[in-house]
Design a protein around this ligand. Structure first.
Ligand code: PLP
Length: 431
């Protein structure tokens, strides 16, 4: 199986977290998102433990909740003593409604609205990562009006290209996020931030990409960010205490993917930060990271029911399922790769090459093309693996398809964490 999370039981059925996925499909219906609680908790702990080991624990791990945002996920992350990132008023509202401590929330985004900034200040979020000059002015004005001083970080483009997919690459200058270093934008932002009375510049932030398997980009980022922090201390007399390196740690979507372990990734980052601090004679800062996918992506799957198998001779065979781009748009968006398994035939050979299609009225509504699964028939339960990140959170109601339910599995027992949308939900806002 793709990872140790997925096993096959005595009935030949695929299991996750000790639960028989065929039984889950029967009990909760399909499509269904399934998450393994122990795996997610282990992911949280692996990051924290690595920072204990390699950096004396002077670190904060922010779960990037855009990967999967719902109340139960915020509760789980909070119970593991992680912080969390939000990128919209909606995510902030969800986190707060789940009781997430505001001081442990970081607020991101390249175009936070004045309403969102105001909401963030009223909620007393711990950090706001400021993206641009307009936001610096707007945030300062709102903070002034409310009589508060907000701790901020500046989002920096360190100019690193980490060889990942163009659509999800955010490190280089041609990118909508943050202040560029090479054209002096970052220096101007620092000067302005230092001069604004209701903002307290405590750190700098970068996020160099997503699904990264290399470690050099993080080492480069450490060097560039510490060097910038040193410049800031020399030129503005401000010693930053936090350097945030964002997320991007890759996970295993297919057997070809070879992710670096969390322990190794963090070790390399910590060593690079220590080396850079020594080189630039800069005091060791609190290291922050923001893993999303690597917390929740691999410990999960989506279950579908096969509704038709259409063989087009000498061309391809379409296996159509009862979901699609409405619950997983990532293949349609950027050709994301996945492995799939016929859950009720998991012990059989995967020798049936097919294209997995959704049920949306859109030819591009595919989950994967020319992929090998077990011989599929109508009524089979198809599991697409490692769908925990950026699936539910990117889901839509295209074709007025209700969003699926999600269950959390722990030691074989499942519980609903997001209920299935109903037709009534779909028309709730219609006038
Ligand atoms: C998307 C994002 C993350 C999380 O990225 P992953 O690849 O899911 O780890 C972290 N920080 C920022 C600023 C992001 O935009």
């Amino acid at each position: 199986m793709l990872t140790d999370s997925f096993k096959i039981n005595s009935k030949g059925h695929l299991t996750l977290g000790g639960a028989d996925t065929v039984e889950l499909a029967k009990e909760y219906g399909t499509p269904l998102y399934v998450f393994d609680e122990n795996d997610i908790r282990n992911n949280c702990r692996s990051f924290k433990e690595a920072f204990e080991k390699y950096y004396g624990g002077n670190a904060k791990v922010y779960y990037a909740s855009k990967a999967f945002s719902c109340k139960e996920m915020y509760r789980l992350v909070n119970s593991e003593n992680l912080c969390t990132d939000v990128v919209s008023g909606g995510e902030l509202y969800t986190a707060l409604s789940a009781g997430f401590p505001a001081e442990n929330i970081g607020f991101h985004g390249n175009n936070k609205t004045p309403d969102e900034l105001s909401f963030a200040l009223d909620s007393k979020v711990g950090r706001i990562v400021v993206d641009n000059m307009t936001e610096l002015h707007t945030l300062n004005a709102i903070a002034k009006e409310k009589g508060v001083c907000q701790k901020i970080l500046l989002r920096i483009k360190p100019g690193i290209d980490c060889h990942t997919h163009d659509y999800i690459k955010t490190g280089q200058i041609d990118c909508k996020f943050g202040f560029a270093l090479e054209n002096g934008e970052a220096a101007k932002a620092v000067a302005l931030a230092c001069s604004l009375e209701n903002l307290d510049l405590v750190g700098i932030h970068c996020h160099i990409g997503s699904q990264i398997f290399e470690t050099e980009p993080f080492q480069d980022a450490a060097n560039i960010m510490i060097s910038l922090a040193k410049d800031i201390s020399e030129n503005y007399g401000k010693t930053l205490s936090e350097i945030n390196f964002g997320g991007g740690y890759g996970i295993k979507y297919t057997s070809e993917d070879k992710p670096v372990s969390k322990d190794e990734s963090i070790k390399i980052l910590c060593e690079a930060v220590k080396a850079a601090c020594e080189k630039y004679a800069f005091p060791l800062p609190t290291i922050c990271i923001e893993p999303g996918r690597s917390v929740v992506g691999a410990s999960s799957l989506t279950l579908y029911t096969v509704g038709s198998v259409k063989e087009i001779k000498d061309i391809r065979t379409y296996v159509s399922v009862d979901g699609g781009m409405s619950d997983n748009p990532r293949y349609a968006l950027y050709g994301a790769e996945y492995e799939a398994v016929v859950a009720n035939k998991a012990n059989k050979e995967r020798d049936f090459v097919c294209t997995i299609a959704g049920k949306c009225c859109e030819s591009g509504d595919l989950i994967q093309e020319h992929t090998s699964i077990q011989q599929a028939e109508v009524g089979d339960i198809l599991a697409v693996l490692a769908t925990g990140a950026y699936n539910y959170s990117m889901a839509s109601n295209y074709n007025r398809i209700p969003r699926p339910a999600a269950v959390m599995v722990k030691d074989g027992a499942a519980r609903i964490i997001i209920e299935r949308e109903t037709y009534e939900d779909l028309i709730k806002k219609d006038v």
